[in-house]
Write a protein of this length. Structure first.
Length: 66
């Protein structure tokens, strides 16, 4: 499941950009041909956010063509 590694990177990047501020929502665009399963990213997101400024944040995934 490569979605775990991808989700860990998303959380790390979002936390870095937040500069210590609480993050309430993350919006993510995923291409339908990207071979990334949105359901798996949702599953991993809460786990990856534990103990970070993203803990409790909502993940919004928008599927786009391509």
């Amino acid at each position: 499941m490569h979605e775990l590694g991808i989700t860990q990177n998303i959380v790390a990047i979002a936390a870095e950009h937040a500069n210590g501020a609480k993050v309430k929502r993350v919006s993510l665009e995923i291409g339908k041909l990207s071979a990334i399963m949105p359901e798996a990213v949702h599953f991993c997101f809460d786990i990856c956010c534990q103990g970070t400024v993203l803990e409790g944040a909502k993940l919004e995934i928008i599927e786009i063509p391509g």
